[in-house]
Design a protein around this ligand. Structure first.
Ligand SMILES: Nc1ncnc2c1ncn2[C@@H]1O[C@H](COP(=O)(O)OP(=O)(O)OP(=O)(O)O)[C@@H](O)[C@H]1O
Ligand SMILES: [Mg+2]
Length: 335
């Protein structure tokens, strides 16, 4: 099989494409807007399509075709990926590049088949599937060897991947359907309860990114707009980090509890290595202010976060794609 020239990380929130020799060439929201009738007519894609979420325009369907890291809408996923690939690569690489494709840990054959179908529709037949946690660690710049394992927590938009990995592969790992979008939903409910204000998903995400913090003393403030529950009229309120601390704390406590469960099952030597080396955090949610401090306080272990944690998996994919020996060790062998 040909060595891959591209790595694709088709995330629930964002698609990232890494091209060998060029680095990350695309990072866009995994969103597409198509016409309701002629389903193949694309109205907007990526960042422009995301702006349309919750703002229904007549005759337009806005789709986030990857849900909880799985393909939920095959047609939209195909149109979206085809469009992204055309944007960045096919012209330069020829029509049929070989691809390394990142899948969540423990992905079953049925979900891999769905990814394969979408890739085939995009004219890609040369595909190496690799479980994402090891890519995430390598892309975070953490040196790995068979005797030097690493514990990684990748909190994405739709899922959280928690795993202990070494160069030999995944020692123990889980993927759970909790991610940034779950926190956005929790914030919508919380704002409704506390402020009698109904807000949309985009506002909730903006609120989370602008003032969300795991430092209890943090008091950054922002203004959010929504619909007053009682009167139905538009209303704006000022919300601070402290105001939304309870749902944020409960979200991360749940993730840390799951991480604790994975850690508890590790062999003693590996457990000791994890305690010494700390935990590697990745995924867009690892950008959270105060994450390292709160993790150390809760778990007594150091947290390491690389510079752009949402890109770590695709960068790691690039590293593995350029190393035939490592790739043949890590690629999922399918019957
Ligand atoms: N600065 C930030 N602070 C807090 N959250 C952020 C920040 N930047 C991005 N996020 C959140 O990170 C999530 C997206 O992360 P990421 O791109 O790693 O997800 P994904 O790879 O598309 O999803 P998944 O791996 O779950 O399929 C979104 O929920 C987004 O709101
Ligand atoms: Mg991801």
């Amino acid at each position: 099989m040909k060595s891959p020239t591209l790595c694709i990380d088709l995330g629930s929130s964002g698609t990232k494409i890494y091209q060998i020799g060029a680095g990350v060439v695309l990072s866009e929201p995994s969103v597409i807007a198509i016409s309701e009738l002629g389903r193949r007519k694309i109205k907007a894609i990526g960042i422009e399509a995301k702006k349309l979420i919750g703002r229904t325009v007549d005759g337009t369907v806005v789709s986030a075709p990857v849900f909880e890291s799985q393909i939920e809408d095959e047609l939209c996923a195909t149109l979206m990926l085809e469009n992204f690939l055309n944007k960045v690569t096919l012209k330069k690489l020829g029509r049929r590049p070989s691809v390394l494709f990142a899948v969540p840990c423990g992905a079953d054959n049925a979900s891999i088949k769905k990814f394969e179908k979408v890739l085939n529709e995009c004219d890609i037949y040369n595909i190496h599937f690799v479980e994402s946690p090891i890519l995430t660690v390598l892309g975070s710049g953490i040196p790995l060897s068979d005797s030097n394992p690493c514990f990684v927590i990748d909190i994405g938009g739709g899922t959280t991947k928690i795993a202990a990995v070494s160069l030999g592969g995944i020692i123990s790992g889980i993927s759970v359907n909790i991610g940034g979008k779950s926190l956005d939903k929790m914030l919508i409910e919380y704002i409704e309860e506390q402020f009698d204000l109904k807000i949309g998903m985009l506002t909730a995400e903006k609120l989370k990114i602008q003032v969300g913090s795991l430092l209890e003393r943090d008091n950054t403030t922002t203004i959010i707009n929504g619909r007053d529950i009682a009167s139905g009229k538009p209303r704006a309120v000022s919300v601070s980090s402290a105001d939304i601390y309870p749902p944020i704390k409960s979200f991360f406590d749940k993730i840390f509890e799951l991480a604790g469960m994975v850690m508890a099952k590790l062999p003693a030597e590996i457990s000791a290595d994890v305690r010494r080396g700390g935990v590697c955090f990745a995924g867009g949610m690892a950008n959270f202010v105060g994450l390292d401090e709160y993790f150390r306080y809760s778990m007594g272990i150091r947290a390491n976060v690389c510079e752009d944690p949402a890109l770590a998996t695709s960068i790691g994919g690039g590293i593995v794609a350029g190393n035939d020996k490592l790739l043949s060790r890590l690629r999922i062998n399918r019957k």
